[in-house]
Design a protein around this ligand. Structure first.
Ligand code: CMX
Length: 434
């Protein structure tokens, strides 16, 4: 009693009834019309998925279970007075739609900490990965290896009743979320440092252990940054590549590990999660190319034009749904203004904000010239010494597990079916309309 699992168990009948009511009342209503353009154009604008954890408004940005990011600061508990919200509180909110009490947050921390250890063979697999294997590939390998202990896969094999699918899905989800900081830290320490990971401390919270194991725990500010980072990247409604992949693969009743590993393949794409790596690499390249730590706005503009002339994107800018500055960017900017306003890299990131939107708007085809979450995260991590850009998307992945796996628990609790949209050939489309 008092646990996250107990609360979800109480909520399931209500949510099942809500879904049934939605079906009965509105089952035959149109959400949007599919056009040929949408079928060719990555299904942009197709309202085609049910996703209860968060909703993205093109102008305002993300709301998690109805709460905007500034509202999260008001309602969620923090570890430091007036500081960043605690990731465990975010997990609770995403899973239940309810703001947790401090006791509930503490019980979740305890629960996660009791699940954090890795099987030895997974540690060995990571230790045997070559250093030049991309950290995202190592993450996928480790998550696939953790699948050996999937409780859902075993329960399915043993014939569990479909009404009970959510329970082993929940167990796998919490186990995986609990283990990801150690997986990520091992990858980081193996690839970029001495291979040694600081011991896990069951008395500390999720983000504090994570920053300790990465090797930055002596800085309270870095730990606060981890809290912010883990909260901000947790979910971005259901249609983005990592969320949709988890849903799609999970809909075949693949277990949470397999579904999440597949999603990490999607997050590893440079148009999605890998953009945070690309942003930092691109800025470092610019600074080296211009031979100054403080490039002027004119120099930055010139460099942007060169990037575009080479047929490359400006990483960290643009979005498929957003049409304004990403509030996740704003939250990170606020963190920088509070803690590191004189950092030269932050100055450059700020100057880019003043220069890039105008240049992208002038192209005439970019639907959103404003920065997204990935435009800012690297400069914050760099400030505290975490400069290895190739690692950034792994941290994004740790956070993204909160949202996509919580939704997966609900997918099973609500009995959502296997996903299988109809596809068409060019010829069949032509025949339809000629
Ligand atoms: N720089 C240059 N060109 C850009 C651009 C950018 N930042 N953003 C969009 N465009 C171009 C597109 O490539 C496209 O060009 P073509 O018609 O020649 O193919 C055109 O503008 C129209 O694209 P759009 O409708 O505005 O954007 P999409 O919905 O197709 O794509 C996104 C969205 C994010 C992939 C795109 O803006 C982009 O590539 N941005 C840079 C990469 C990035 O920051 N990704 C991270 C997104 C957040 C995340 O998922 O983590």
């Amino acid at each position: 009693a008092g646990s996250l699992k107990a609360r979800i168990s109480e909520l399931i009948p209500q949510k099942q009834a809500e879904l049934k009511d939605l079906k009965v009342k509105y089952g035959s209503k149109k959400l949007s019309e599919m056009t040929v353009d949408m079928a060719i154009g990555g299904m942009r604008g197709a309202n085609a998925l049910l996703w209860d954890l968060s909703l993205l408004d093109p102008e305002e940005g993300i709301r998690f279970r109805g709460y905007s990011i500034p509202e999260l600061y008001e309602v969620l508990p923090s570890a430091v007075k007036g500081g960043e919200p605690i990731p465990e509180a975010m997990i609770w909110l995403l899973m239940t739609g309810e703001v947790p009490t401090e006791a509930q947050v503490n019980s979740l921390t305890e629960d996660l900490n009791s699940r954090a250890a890795l099987p030895e063979f997974v540690e060995r697999i990571l230790d045997n990965c070559p250093r030049d294997l991309h950290p995202m590939s190592q993450l996928s390998i480790a998550v696939n290896a953790l699948q050996r202990d999937s409780i859902f896969a075993k329960a399915y094999h043993d014939g569990v009743h479909k009404k009970d699918y959510w329970e082993p899905t929940f167990e796998d989800t919490l186990n995986l979320i609990a283990k990801l900081p150690l997986v990520a830290s091992k990858i980081y320490r193996n690839v970029f440092k001495d291979g040694k990971v600081a011991p896990f401390d069951p008395k500390l919270d999720y983000a504090h252990n994570f920053s300790n194991m990465l090797g930055y725990g002596s800085s309270e500010e870095f730990t606060e940054l981890m809290r912010l980072y883990l909260v901000l990247h947790a979910d971005h409604e259901g249609g983005n590549v990592s969320a949709h992949t988890t849903r799609l693969v999970g809909s075949a009743l693949s277990d949470p590990y397999t579904s999440f590993a597949a999603a990490m393949g999607g997050l590893a794409g440079p148009l999605h999660g890998l953009a945070n790596q690309e942003v930092l690499r691109w800025i470092v390249h610019m600074v080296e190319h211009l031979k100054t730590k403080n490039p002027s706005k004119e120099q930055i503009a010139q460099f942007c034009h060169e990037t575009l002339a080479h047929g490359n994107v400006i990483p960290g800018y643009g979005h498929a749904v957003l049409r304004k500055t990403d509030p996740r960017y704003v939250a990170q900017r606020n963190f920088a203004l509070k803690h590191l306003s004189h950092d030269p890299l932050f100055q450059t990131v700020s100057n880019l904000y003043e220069v890039v939107p105008k240049i992208l708007t002038e192209l005439g085809k970019v639907k959103n010239p404003w920065p997204n979450v990935d435009a800012h995260s690297g400069c914050l991590l760099c400030h505290y010494g975490l400069t290895e850009a190739d690692f950034y998307t792994v941290m994004f992945g740790v956070s993204r597990s909160f949202g996509v796996l919580s939704q997966l628990v609900w997918d099973r609790a609500l009995g959502l079916p296997i996903e299988r949209p109809k596809s068409m050939t060019m010829e069949s489309i032509r025949k339809m309309f000629d």
